[in-house]
Design a protein around this ligand. Structure first.
Ligand code: IMP
Ligand code: MG
Length: 182
């Protein structure tokens, strides 16, 4: 048993299920962007593992860049306040962007990020999220590519954290509520 497994209520998606789904997302993106060279923008830190697997499954001359925004601190509820902690390294005017997120929850983070990036005049912006919790949406924002739609409940692993922990679990699991309810 892995060290942090005792805090997991149940496994939602195994390593194999994640591998298969991410491979298919990559193929879909490669088809849709054939003839173009999109910039994949990873929204740190939650998307780092998804980003690594997704980019390897996209058979196109794509490039990568990274951005970091503040979201929850140590809590589990979005504040609606978003701050850029780390900006992109390169200009994006005229580029086809694909924002890569771990999870689209209230939508506050991506709604804000999309506005900030649109002002820099890219040719297009698409959103690719591994997980989507549509029930919790507070902003009008929907992803173009979704790995899995999940019901409400706090999940961790495969890059997703609770208070910066559990990111290294190789699967996605539901966290036991007593872990974050104290
Ligand atoms: P939003 O702004 O509410 O859409 O939140 C997006 C961010 O909140 C994600 O990128 C995650 O970092 C974090 N988040 C939302 N739900 C979960 C979850 O169930 N587990 C881990 N992180 C989450
Ligand atoms: Mg995140």
């Amino acid at each position: 048993m892995r060290y942090e497994e005792k805090d997991i209520l149940k496994v939602l998606y195994t390593q194999e299920e994640l591998r298969d789904r991410v491979a298919r997302l990559g193929e879909e993106i490669a088809r849709d962007y054939a003839g173009r060279a999109p910039v994949l923008v990873s929204v740190l830190r939650g998307s780092y593992i998804f980003m690594a697997d997704l980019t390897r499954s996209i058979d196109l001359p794509c490039t990568v860049d990274f951005m970091s925004v503040s979201s929850y601190g140590a809590g589990t509820v979005s504040s609606g306040e978003v701050k850029i902690i780390k900006d992109l390294s390169d200009p994006i005017d005229g580029k086809d962007l694909i924002l890569v997120e771990d999870i689209l929850d209230t939508g506050n983070t991506l709604y804000y990020l999309r506005e900030v990036l649109e002002a820099r005049k890219p040719a297009s912006i698409a959103i690719c999220t591994l997980l989507d919790k549509p029930e919790r949406r507070a902003k009008e924002i929907w992803a173009d590519y979704v790995g899995f739609q999940i019901p409400d409940g706090f999940v961790v692993g495969y890059g997703l954290d609770y208070a910066e922990r559990y990111r290294n679990l190789p699967y996605i699991g539901v966290l036991k509520p007593e872990v974050y309810q104290g």
